[in-house]
Design a protein around this ligand. Structure first.
Ligand SMILES: Cc1cc2nc3c(=O)[nH]c(=O)nc-3n(C[C@H](O)[C@H](O)[C@H](O)COP(=O)(O)OP(=O)(O)OC[C@H]3O[C@@H](n4cnc5c(N)ncnc54)[C@H](O)[C@@H]3O)c2cc1C
Ligand code: FES
Length: 233
């Protein structure tokens, strides 16, 4: 484990913030870190850039992180299997699932690749970095921004032959629906999904994140090719 200084906390909304570190972590988009806040449980968080995590407050540790009273954090990682890089990418994000996809989007754009984002949330207050995506379509369930509905409403009529890779991260229920849609469109072979499970070790040893097919989210994932998620999603 190594210690990093918190350089900046950017609040996106009441419950979501990006925490920037003073140093970049050697990593690829899709990888996560185990983050230690003194006195709290260690938690897994995807990197939203080489030197940041973007967090939604749901419990004790995430709330404490957002409160911003800490100057230093302990980090293990980066761990896990990252996204595969491709030149014509479709990124599908739901809610805080935007965190690893922001890293991927910026990574692809900086290398001159095409990246298109479809991004949904309950309402506009939960959509972050709206201005930072050049090629993006948005959906909100209450209609406060973009199309009224979910990402599924933005995904039904699309030429999937065009994309070399499709990436998805969000709540499991949303990813299940996307999985089914991509299956119906015959393009699951180019899809990747980033999964979440309760984690302890983060390095494939303790068994707490094992899927029913035996794969470990921390080591074999968190990014999985769709072909490995039959019966899981
Ligand atoms: C590989 C990986 C990457 C992740 N990346 C991110 C990220 O980039 N940003 C981020 O905000 N979170 C991310 N998470 C989820 C994050 O680890 C949890 O939100 C965190 O562990 C919750 O800790 P806590 O102590 O704040 O809440 P806890 O006290 O553990 O939980 C409080 C309550 O929140 C619920 N809860 C816990 N986790 C979640 C969740 N993921 N969604 C909804 N409710 C939940 C619990 O069931 C409980 O009711 C990731 C998880 C994994 C496995
Ligand atoms: S968290 Fe221990 S095996 Fe995955």
């Amino acid at each position: 484990m190594f210690t990093l200084r918190i350089a900046k906390v950017v609040r996106h909304s009441e419950k979501i913030a990006t925490i920037y570190f003073n140093k970049k972590i050697s990593s690829y988009p899709g990888q996560f870190v185990m983050l230690n806040l003194f006195g709290y449980e260690e938690i897994p968080l995807s990197l939203s850039s080489p030197n940041s995590v973007t967090v939604k407050a749901v419990g004790e540790t995430t709330r404490a992180l957002l409160d911003g009273n800490f100057r230093y954090i302990g980090i293990r990682g980066a761990f896990g299997r990252p996204f595969t890089i491709s030149d014509r990418a479709l990124l599908i994000a739901g809610g805080i699932g935007i965190a690893p996809l922001k890293y991927l989007y910026d990574f692809l754009k900086s290398r001159g690749y095409e990246a298109e984002l479809v991004y949904g949330a309950k309402s506009v207050g939960e959509l972050i970095w709206i201005e930072e995506f050049e090629n993006a379509k948005f959906a909100t369930e209450d209609g406060s921004f973009g199309v009224k509905g979910t990402v599924l409403d933005l995904l039904r009529d699309r030429n999937y032959d065009y994309y070399s890779r499709i990436y998805c991260c969000g709540k499991e229920e949303m990813m299940r629906k996307v999985y089914r849609l991509l299956k119906a469109k015959n393009c699951l072979n180019k899809a990747e999904f980033s999964l979440e499970r309760y984690m302890r070790c983060g390095i494939g040893v303790c068994g707490s994140c094992v899927l029913k097919n035996g794969l470990r989210v921390c080591k074999d994932g968190p990014v999985f090719k769709a072909e490995n998620l039959e019966g899981i999603l």
